[in-house]
Ligand binder design. Sequence first.
Ligand code: PYC
Length: 318
Amino acid sequence: MHVIDSHTGGEPTRVILDGAPDLGLGSLAERARRLATEHRSFYRSVMLEPRGQPAMVGALLVEPVDQTCVSGVIFFDVDAVLGMCGHGTIGLAVTLAHLGQIGVGTHRIETPAGIVTVELHDANTVTVTNIESRRVRHATRLDVPGYGPVKGDVAYGGNWFFIVDPSPIAVEPHNIQRLTDLAVAIRQAAIAQNTGGENGEPVDHVILQEPSPRDGVLSRNFVLCPDDTYDRSPCGTGCSARLACLAADGVLPAGEEIVQESVIGSSYRLLYQPGRTGGVIPKITGQAFIMSEATLTFDPRDHFRAGIELPGEDDAKP
Ligand code: PYC
């Protein structure tokens, strides 16, 4: 299995070029469902330590249905198949450029959440135009065991986010463990209290947000991913959900650019245009860098060939 690893603002992406199971035909959403239900051990083996690393997102290249797209892609982390992934799309565009498959310019990529476009500005800098993003609940209250009531918005940006602004815990690197514990408790409460998308979609990510102390940077976030790691980048789909909230609150006009940073200080430039159905079309600009090109091997004699699975770990999530 050949892979290329990159990182976008510190968040790793592993693009799988070959050697993955055949997901058959159908829409990308159907193939993503098949990956999630029939090939869980495959994608976990690629993401888990020692072959993978915490916070890594996989990007499986598949044939697009829409032949105007340069590629189809299904993203996943160690715990879930994702609808879309912003940092992963930036990493994918830089990887396709590295392989000589795309050049500077605009290209379409098909994801389970819909078609996104990437504008490659140079070898590392990419603007992703995401699918239409929307806020579905405003200032909704959750009772979070161990923490009490927490208010936040539920918004969609290709994944489902519960967004708390301002964060009750300072969004600082020394607080990462406390932020993680709070965000996990919020996600569990959102699921238990049926506080998700319009059609019952469960919240899969949590954002704890606050103003940034840095000049020219609007805000800083901590983003919890489905695998309980935090996004080292400001999270492209999370920024999309956040833009939908800023637009719905009337505090950010269409076309005005802001800068969003992550808890480790990596940043994206963001803006939106109005969407067709009342939401926003986000544009996210960031940079990715290639880190390695590798061949993954799965030696049958290796006790840990499927990754390190600690007892109870794979069934601990809600
Ligand atoms: O950038 O959208 C994103 C993302 C989702 C999970 C990790 N990164």
